[in-house]
Design a binder for this molecule. Structure first.
Ligand code: NAD
Length: 477
């Protein structure tokens, strides 16, 4: 495995100042410290943003599109060559099972490949305005974009913000979460090794309060692209409003998984545990509220619980591991507070609820029944391996309960009745839905939420729109 990157990545190199404050990273599976990573200060934000601005103004924004394509393809190739290094870093810092970490590293490379191609396929239009002449639109870069990313999918989310922003001609200052800076630093290193000019992608690990706030309020930042909690997203939007910075926000979720009796519900019961427990439930798209038609409720729950018990929970370095530990002791405690509330409210634990590993921040996948609509476990995002399952009798009442959530990110619908599928897809207030599947993320398709799950879209051509200003030009003729 290659060396662990532990310094800020600025202007195309690691900045190895000795007296910088450092944060200790702890491996969630072993509870042992393994790296000391530099933490940026507000002064670093200022110099990183100023130099990104210079890189934008003096080169990147005006580079010929074909050249930008070439560089981004080279970045994609470089990331593919280093999938194993990236995956091992993710496993260590986050406790992510190695097979998932490899898939996510490869996804990051694919994202760069897609946007490398998008550079020369995304443009304006000509518009036949009523007075004649020639009217056309230009899609222009915005400037320096602050990309602020969370710890649950650190590498792919960093890529799906950086790649379209760079493809559209912006420069990027990337701030990873304090718990997961390593793969973002590796991205900076590899992108520059592949030919990205210095200053075009800066990587600044550090705390949300110090680095995040300084970035969001920096006058040269023109757009903030944020993925994280709804609470922090709200604060970012308030700060950005002061000088009307563009924002896109990918926030929390409490997504439904709706199973009708006419579906292949046995397949739904077999596959649904991973729709909520994958990444140990630390997934904004987790299908954490299940609605199951009453006529199949009991056998469904029985099969769901049996499938949950078969999940391989353990050492993230083993190929067969499906669920690793939670990211931190603090995150596990937060989830355990939810479980304490469920006990107090008299909910039934069909399985899980405890810690069966002596070491590491593991928590058993937990299935809750008899959860009231007013209970915390029903209403709030838990962000851990916990699902609530409830029966329903009629579609209309069920849909009202689905949409009563302030969130609207993702969801699944299981039915073999096509007209019902289309009716329910239209009715559910979520940005990303799947029918007879749990898939949420496609590089080529827009990803984002309704209501308090966010604003704007990542991925697909929609992301390119979000990283450009639209200019209209009229030429008298
Ligand atoms: P978080 O909001 O605590 O942190 C996200 C990022 O914001 C981190 O880099 C953090 O350092 C930074 N930050 C914190 N305070 C800040 C501030 N005041 N100003 C600027 N930046 C600040 O979220 P998290 O705990 O890392 O991630 C979990 C949350 O992310 C969950 O709510 C989850 O649903 C959400 N999430 C959403 C999506 C999506 O696409 N919708 C994807 C993944 C995660």
């Amino acid at each position: 495995m290659s060396a662990i990157p532990t310094d800020l990545f600025l202007d195309g190199r690691f900045s190895s100042e000795l007296n910088r404050r450092r944060t200790t990273l702890i491996n969630p599976a072993t509870e042992e410290p393994f790296a000391e990573v530099a933490a940026a200060e507000p002064a670093d934000v200022d110099s990183a943003v100023e130099s990104a601005h210079r890189a934008w103004e003096t080169g990147w924004r005006d580079l010929a599109p074909g050249k930008r394509t070439e560089i981004l393809f080279a970045v994609s190739r470089k990331l593919r060559e280093h999938v194993e290094d990236i995956a091992q870093l993710e496993r260590q810092q986050m406790g992510k099972p190695i097979a998932d970490a490899r898939d996510e590293a490869a996804l990051g490379a694919r994202v760069f490949e897609y946007y490398a191609g998008a550079v020369t396929k995304f443009g304006g239009q000509t518009i036949p305005v009523s007075r004649g002449g020639l009217d056309f639109t230009l899609r222009q870069s915005i400037g320096v974009v602050a990309a602020i990313v969370p710890w649950n999918f650190p590498f792919p989310i960093a890529c799906w913000k950086a790649a379209p922003a760079l493809a559209a001609g912006n420069c990027v200052v990337l701030k990873p979460a304090s718990l997961s800076p390593l793969t973002a630093l590796k991205l900076g290193e590899l992108a520059h090794a592949a030919g990205l000019p210095p200053g075009v992608l800066q990587v600044l690990p550090g705390s949300g309060a110090a680095v995040g706030d300084a970035l969001v309020t920096h006058p040269r930042i023109r757009k903030v692209s944020f993925t994280g909690s709804t609470e922090v997203g709200r604060r970012i939007m308030e700060l950005a409003a002061r000088d009307l910075k563009r924002v896109s926000l990918e926030l929390g979720g409490k997504s439904p998984n709706i199973v009708f009796a006419d579906s292949d519900w046995k397949r739904a019961a077999e596959t649904s545990p991973m729709s909520v427990f994958a990444n140990t439930g630390q997934d904004c798209c987790a299908r954490s509220r299940m609605f199951v038609e009453r006529t199949i409720f009991e056998p469904f729950v029985e099969q769901f619980v049996a499938a949950t018990r078969k999940l391989v929970v353990g050492d993230p370095s083993q190929e067969s591991t499906q669920l690793g530990p939670m990211v931190s002791a603090a995150q596990r405690l937060l989830v355990e507070e939810f479980l304490a509330d469920a006990r107090k409210q008299g909910s039934a634990f069909a399985c899980g609820g405890g810690r069966s590993h002596p070491r590491g921040w593991y928590l058993d996948p937990t299935v809750l029944l008899d959860v009231g609509l007013a209970d915390r476990c029903w209403r709030e995002e838990i962000f851990g391996p916990v699902v609530v399952i409830t029966p329903f009798d009629d579609e209309v009442t069920m849909l009202n309960e689905v949409n009563a959530s302030p969130y609207g990110l993702s969801g699944s619908i299981w039915t073999n009745d096509l007209s019902r599928a289309l009716r329910v897809v239209r009715a559910v207030e979520s940005g990303v839905l799947s029918v007879n599947s749990h898939s949420s993320v496609h590089v080529e398709a827009p990803f984002g939420g309704f209501k308090q799950s966010g604003l704007g879209r990542d991925l697909g051509m929609a992301a390119m729109e979000g990283y450009t200003e639209l200019k209209n030009v009229y030429v008298a003729g």
